[in-house]
Design a binder for this molecule. Sequence first.
Ligand code: ADP
Length: 453
Amino acid sequence: MSHELRTPLNGILGYAQILRRDKNLEQRQADGIAVIQRSGEHLLAIINDILDMAKIEVGKVDLYLSDVLLERFIYFIAGTIRLKATEKGLAFSCDMAPELPAAVRVDEKRLRQVLLNLLSNAIKFTETGSVRLRVDWAPPTRLRFEVQDTGIGIEEAHRETIFRPFEQVSDARHRVGGMGLGLAISRQLVRLMGGEIHVESRRGAGSAFWFELDVPAVAREAADVPLEWTASGYHGPRKTILVVDDVAANRAVVVDMLAPLGFEMAEAGNGLEALQKAEALRPSLILMDVVMPGMDGLEATRRLREMPEFARLPIVAVSAGASGSDAAKSLAAGANAMLSKPVDLTVLLSQIAVLLDLEWSDDTPHEAHGPAIRIAGSFTDNFIVPPHEEMEALHYLARLGDMRAIVQHTEHLTELDERYRPFADHLCQLAKHYRSQAIVSFVEQYRGAHGAD
Ligand code: ADP
């Protein structure tokens, strides 16, 4: 089922991302594309929830543990939630116990999913007052999260029902944008991680959701996030990339993502054609759809690997299923890496960079994009620097190369305090020109001012 649901969204989100990069758009068109992208992402979130629930019900969810810098992880969540809270006129606070370990081994994605769900609910069901996130640590391994709000509360009789799929117990006014799956998924994920979600609440007097997990603390160095890039081209000789997919629209999305960066693009509609094109064109890398009629991606990959000339050719398997078994099968067939649909441009670029050992150039030609951007230094003394946790969130986004989130975050900074405007404007300008490296340096320069690591 997931294939049929995600493939059309691949086209919608892929082209929305491409079109948003066009610098010549009128405001009305840019706003329209932003709506397409937001709606597509919302639909994708709903589909993912339904698929998640289905997977959980048949016991098919695995945890992927990695070493995560705890402070940065929480600051990122706090940054996202503060934005939503401010929009709704609510206060938000994030309290972290001073003795928290620098890094822990957890399933970062799943833990973030649970916390964002509890915090989004807290905001959704609170009209006035505040939302608070507390993080505590009891050595040697006990990590505790608590989300409190001053919202509408939950009646005693409903305190168990809310964890059931598709149950919504509040009035219709609060049901918009939700389907009643969040808590059901969160409860199951926390159980999978070895904990249990508890709730304390009184109708009209707010709620508190909390859970505890046993997680090993690990050394800080192990957990640093790899850099990802947003580029306008690459250094070195021109490279050919072969895109294999039976759906022409899917091929077109990837071609339109990569051709502007200077890649020579070639296409094939099935495995057999992929083998012929590979022999004729000798591409530097192949993006290989897994499921195709005729010869599928797994078979084509296996056959390529049998030919000595392609033994070392980088092959990225692209799958709409996004399941662990697809990844395992593709790697067993000989693929070097795995990408899930809808293809995320940043992830795609970082994989290509690693596999082709490429160095991106992210200097946008000045003549094409207006005046050159002033780099921090000439007027740095005038900046009023936002607080520590904002800087941490910005640093995280900058390293991720997520320009869109950075632009959103700069808007939030000026709402927080008008005095941050010069700082925010400068950052926004860099982000709009995809100057990812300049942003990382800029944020790092000021991050130090707060004594961060
Ligand atoms: P959704 O938010 O999509 O409705 P959830 O599973 O996350 O689904 O929540 C189920 C129901 O539990 C909500 O519809 C609401 O009635 C209730 N609920 C969840 N969190 C809160 C909260 N913080 N305050 C009051 N009610 C809540």
